[in-house]
Ligand binder design. Structure first.
Ligand code: PGA
Length: 256
């Protein structure tokens, strides 16, 4: 039996309350067995409260797509850790490439958000990944190292051991162009080494997810990459049938 996979749905700016309800109806009808994998739903902030109600009594957990580092106050458009926890959120995506590219997120702000999440008891899912220019310039591993070392600055080993990481090459996100297995394996291996350098005492057991055009057709190939401990899934997680197919294939793999 292989260890537990983490399968996280990043719904981005999708899903009204009605759509969440419809999705979960379909999802629960299709996925009858309780999966071994940890399934995390990360809906937009507006749906967290409702999703918590809809997920009650299931083994699925709730994640948010960001968190601010201050406790409260004049920070229009941000959300605090306490607010997330009041919706029963346990995980939070931090530093997604869309936040970095479209909303000015830096390695330093990723670090502040991560520290706040950890001190509040939330599990950060820290996203890192190179652009196509950086890959073409052979800078991938250096970029990953920098994102991790700055993102994890002043975070102790005990806390690093509790985190989840997601390797998401920017050029593979939402493009249908998945990274090649050898590229993924190389990046994941390098990330695990950097985590040790950053202080992780048990880097081998830290989940490192792959993200970028994961779907029901390519998950089998990804399951063969032993460095991959799960997925962060955007587009394909919006379709209940597709998302369940990914979970089923992962579960079958675990049982093999
Ligand atoms: P994608 O998105 O699966 O649509 O490529 C992944 C992500 O952005 O986390």
């Amino acid at each position: 039996m292989k260890s537990q996979y983490v399968i996280a749905a990043n719904w981005k700016m999708n899903m009204t309350l009605e759509e969440c309800e419809e999705f979960l109806d379909k999802f629960k009808n299709l996925l009858l067995d309780i999966p071994e994998s940890k399934v995390i739903f990360c809906p937009p902030f507006s749906a967290l409260f409702t999703m918590n109600v809809l997920l009650e009594g299931t083994s699925y957990v709730l994640g948010a797509q960001n968190v601010y580092w201050e406790d409260k106050g004049a920070f229009t458009g941000e959300v605090s850790a306490e607010m997330l926890i009041s919706c029963n959120v346990s995980h939070v995506i931090i530093g997604h490439s869309e936040r970095r590219q479209l909303f000015g997120e830096t390695n330093e702000t990723v670090n502040k958000r991560t520290m706040k999440a950890l001190s509040s008891g939330l599990t950060p899912i820290m996203c890192i990944g190179e652009t196509i220019e950086q890959r073409n310039n052979d800078e991938t591993l250096a970029i990953l190292r920098e994102q991790l070392m700055v993102g994890l600055n002043e975070i102790n080993s005990e806390n690093i051991n509790k985190m989840i990481f997601a390797y998401e090459p920017v050029w593979a996100i939402g493009t249908g162009e998945r990274a090649e297995p050898n590229q993924i394996a190389e990046a994941h291996h390098a990330i695990r080494n950097v985590l040790t350098d950053a202080g992780a005492t048990d880097a081998a057991s830290i989940p490192i997810l792959y993200g970028g055009s994961v779907n029901g057709n390519n998950v089998k190939e990804l399951l063969k990459i032993k460095e991959v401990n799960g997925y962060l899934i955007g587009g394909a997680s919006l379709d209940a049938k597709e998302f369940v197919s990914i979970i089923h294939q992962t579960e079958n793999h675990i049982k093999e």
